[in-house]
Design a protein around this ligand. Structure first.
Ligand code: NA7
Length: 546
């Protein structure tokens, strides 16, 4: 049995010293490994999964695909995009895995990665100014700097449904889907949850299942993906613009090549507004969310114009008016775009099929899971397969599930029990020499993953290089810097409509989790500017010791 505390370095097992340990082999961690290695750091990467890809290792459920369009969801280095072509505008998990293998081949990353190696605990050794990191199998390493790249969705959430363990059929959370697949053909499938993952499973299951029952608590405001195949010739043409498109990521709120106009939805005529909405709808993907009017996420009246347009589009696809009202109600369940929209291809159409039914959990809540299926206040739904598309303890959960102990033995989980405290969304006082990417109070969920991996990643790499070059062996942010950063995040957040939805953006999807805006709401350009200002002032907000 392993004890709960990281083993001290003086104990039995040999401890390898490293400059940097990176945790997580998704876009963010791989970028760190590559860049830090190039700079001559001794660096290794530990990954809990058996392969590369981060979330794309775990998310292998039917229909899992990224909802960012090509080429925004890949590394921006020409060495990597020149010879790589996608087959679809919104790639599937299978293709993303092929991409990761290709990147690995080009950059020879795997030689410094330990797979199936889950980091369980980390403790800061003040005397040596190093972390002592313990993995699940009892291995120990002692890096000077610890860089956590665990992503926003490393901790799946399974609701505490009465009787869940008694279900006699097959049940899986979407992020713990069997790696060798699961055939839904001819089965009675139930899906709890209608977020991005639920939408994708529903689309696939509807095509093959004997019966599909969708348990909806809150309707998703899903947008038209406008998926299309991509051939090589098209991409060769597209690649002329890649440098400019990648450069635009720095200038857009969400780190895409999309930007909302500086106009208010309320200052234009109804016809002009409609034309903008139609064009962005036709463009597909996140255009309707990120590239219409700036005040859609700030002003309820402006927001309502977007919601009403969305509802009209959805209602037109549904034959049964009662069903249409449940999927796209007259009264918005929350403002549009402040709970993450997902992208869909056939989601609304499948509800016209005979084999698909929607159970509105607001009307008839789940009472329990039985050995045969799911019982609501109305009836028992018998199922062969139960899919839990119930999301994640997002943004903070992946970090706090590791037993990270800073100065005086306090854990990150204890420190953040009443809310996340960070400086620049990358460091926390009491946890020296620790940086986390894609974490709370950084753009994370409001930014595209690879964009964040590179832009935030560059700051981290430069920071570590500075510390090494200046002989700094200990750096730590301060409580004062954290308070200022939190106030800044709250001030901007209060100007938006994000606090009005019970979303994972607000931590509101997890019972008991503090309600707070988990992502930086000021947009990528302002975020990068403030990070750069700190660096330019010798890492203002941090105390450096040689
Ligand atoms: P999400 O978006 O958090 O969706 C989870 C869904 O599960 C959502 O519809 C929830 O309803 C539902 N849910 C959660 N708990 C329950 C219970 N107890 N009963 C019924 N329904 C429940 O997770 P996803 O995996 O779909 O997507 C996560 C992110 O991955 C996504 O935003 C993209 O960035 C990719 P609710 O809305 O809370 O009423």
């Amino acid at each position: 049995m392993m004890d709960a505390q990281p083993t001290a370095p003086s104990e039995a097992r040999p401890v390898e010293d490293l400059d940097v340990l990176v945790v997580g082999a998704g876009f963010t961690g791989l970028y760190q490994l590559h860049r830090l290695r190039q700079l001559g750091f001794s660096v290794r990467l530990f990954e809990a999964g058996a392969d590369l890809g981060g979330i794309w290792y775990w998310n292998c459920y039917p229909g899992a695909r990224v909802d960012t369009h090509v080429p925004m969801y890949e590394f921006s280095s020409e060495d990597l995009w020149r010879d790589w072509n996608w087959t679809e505008r919104f790639p599937s998990w299978e293709e993303l895995r092929r991409y990761f293998r290709y990147v690995d081949q080009k950059l020879d990353l795997s030689r410094d990665i330990a797979f199936n190696t889950r980091v369980e605990a980390a403790e800061f050794d003040e005397d040596r100014r190093r972390w002592v990191v313990r993995t699940q199998d009892g291995g120990l390493v002692s890096p000077r700097f610890l860089v956590l790249c665990t992503g926003f969705a490393a901790k799946p959430y399974i609701p505490d449904l009465k009787g869940l363990d008694r279900f006699a059929g097959v049940k899986h959370h979407t992020a713990w889907w069997p790696q060798d697949g699961l055939d839904l053909t001819g089965k009675r499938v139930g899906v709890i949850g209608t977020g991005a993952s639920g939408v994708q499973v529903v689309q696939e299951a509807a095509a093959v299942a004997a019966e599909l029952t969708v348990f909806q608590r809150t309707p998703i405001l899903a947008l038209a993906m406008q998926q299309c195949p991509l051939d090589e010739a098209t991409q060769i043409e597209m690649k002329r613009d890649y440098p400019a498109r990648f450069a635009r990521r720095r200038e857009s709120f969400g780190g895409f090549d999309l930007q909302a106009s500086g106009k208010s939805a309320l200052e234009v005529t109804a016809d002009e507004r409609r034309a903008v909405f139609e064009a962005s709808w036709a463009a597909g993907g996140f255009s309707f969310w990120a590239a219409t009017f700036y005040d859609v996420i700030m002003n309820l009246d402006a927001n309502r114009t977007a919601y009403d347009f969305w509802r009209e589009k959805v209602q037109a696809r549904l034959r049964d008016p009662m069903l249409a009202e449940k999927l796209a109600p007259k009264q918005p369940p929350h403002p549009f775009g402040v709970k993450r929209p997902s992208l869909e291809q056939t989601y609304y159409d499948v509800f016209n099929q005979e084999n698909v039914r929607l159970v509105d959990l607001k009307e008839t809540p789940i009472l329990e899971v039985t050995p045969k299926g799911v019982r609501t206040e109305e009836q028992e739904y018998e199922l062969d397969i139960l899919v839990l598309a119930t999301g994640f303890d997002a943004v903070t959960g992946g970090l706090t599930q590791i037993d990270i102990r800073g100065v005086e033995g306090r854990t990150l989980k204890e420190k953040w029990a009443a809310g996340a405290r960070t400086h620049l969304g990358m460091a926390s006082a009491g946890f020296p020499n620790l940086l986390f990417l894609y974490g709370p109070q950084s753009p994370s969920g409001f930014c595209n993953g690879p964009t964040c991996a590179e832009l935030q990643g560059d700051w981290v790499v430069e920071c570590l290089k500075h510390m090494r070059d200046m002989g700094v062996t200990r750096f730590e942010t301060t409580a004062v810097a954290e308070t200022a950063w939190k106030e800044h995040v709250e001030q901007i957040g209060a100007m938006t409509l994000f606090p009005l939805a019970d979303s994972w953006y607000m931590g509101a999807n997890i019972p008991g989790k503090p309600r707070e805006l988990l992502n930086y709401p000021g947009g990528v350009p302002l975020y990068l500017q403030l990070c750069q200002e700190s660096a330019d002032k010798g890492y203002e907000g941090f105390v450096l010791k040689c």
